[in-house]
Design a protein around this ligand. Structure first.
Ligand code: AMP
Length: 305
């Protein structure tokens, strides 16, 4: 059974203190699918682009065994575009523009043979669209959901409805505070889990991530990197690595969930090493395993001397 991934497929214009790039491949579903493709195959991507979407991006995604039957290509219309600028502190990002284009009238249609998917990852798009996707999946067993501050601000009611139907909710620390109006992350996490999701992951950028499951809190480090070129898509790559690994192993135990968080962090660390999706387009099994082990090394210590 394949892994269903829904979200944006975008052309991003990104400026960092080091470089600038226009109309590069981006979008939540793109990053999630690429990251997950190292663990599961095939990946079923559902999204929408315009007829201006470059063929070479389609070919690259297909080469990674991502099934694009659910990618609508709207003739004569333009692909969703997003522009962002990073500050000297790469944790700080301004959105320069968001051009909805094909997203304005997007109705996600899940192809018949994707509807039986048991594992679903709802990448960042409007919660109304994420709900419409869930309505079409016949018996989802494990639903992972990501969001962003925009939807908390303008579509909170839809988001709250969605949260009663997801197993894992992933968001970053500032979004957790925005959603709950609670500055303390542990208290915020408790409040969010009362909204529905039994498992919660709060990402803290270059400071790692917190996993909340049952009574367990797992604190995952971020990989210490000397050079971060482009943080765009790190959160989505995390979600893709996390969900892809769980889909591959079919083991939803707490210990495996912790490993999945580290695989998510591993894919996020590769993502930020290059611009756009370049860092996660062509990784080897060995590279991923080596970095996974580095994570163990940087976070383990002896109880006594
Ligand atoms: P991240 O850096 O993980 O937060 O995700 C960045 C990606 O999110 C970019 O590739 C954008 O194209 C995409 N994105 C930005 N704003 C939106 C939005 N309003 N809806 C869907 N995707 C978006």
């Amino acid at each position: 059974m394949s892994l269903l991934i829904v979200g944006s497929v975008a052309l991003d214009s990104v400026e960092t203190p080091f470089d600038k790039i226009d109309d590069a491949l981006g979008g939540s579903a793109t990053y999630i699918s690429l990251a997950a493709s190292y663990f599961s195959a095939p990946i079923d991507l559902v999204g929408v682009v315009g007829s201006d979407f470059p063929k070479e991006y389609i070919e690259m995604l297909e080469k990674r065994n991502i099934d694009l039957e659910g990618l609508q290509i709207i003739e004569g219309e333009k692909t969703f575009r997003w522009g962002g600028k990073y500050h000297y502190d790469l944790n700080v990002r301004d959105t320069l523009f968001t051009e909805l284009n094909v997203f304005q009238n997007f109705n996600p249609i899940i192809p018949e043979n994707f509807k039986k998917s048991r594992y679903v990852c709802l990448g960042n798009i409007g919660p109304d669209l994420q709900l419409r996707v869930l309505d079409q999946v016949s018996n989802p067993q494990f639903v992972v959901c990501d969001t962003m501050n925009l939807w908390i601000n303008i579509m909170k009611q839809d988001l709250l409805k969605l949260l009663t139907r997801v197993n894992v909710f992933i968001l970053n620390d500032s979004e957790a505070r925005l959603l709950t109006e609670e500055p303390n992350l542990i208290k915020a996490a408790n409040l969010i889990r009362e909204m529905g999701p039994e498992i919660l992951i709060i990402k803290k950028g270059e400071h790692g991530a917190l996993l909340f499951i049952n009574d367990t809190i797992f604190s995952a480090p971020a990989y210490p990197m000397e050079m971060i070129f482009d943080p765009t898509g790190a959160g989505d790559s995390f979600a893709g690595g996390f969900t892809g690994y769980l889909h591959q192993t079919r083991d939803l135990s707490i210990e495996n969930m912790k490993r999945a968080v580290i695989y998510g962090s591993t894919l996020a660390s590769f993502c930020v090493e290059k611009f756009s999706t370049k860092g996660i387009e062509d990784l080897s099994y060995l590279q991923i395993q080596d970095r996974f082990r580095e994570f163990i090394k940087i976070s383990s210590f002896n109880e006594s001397n």
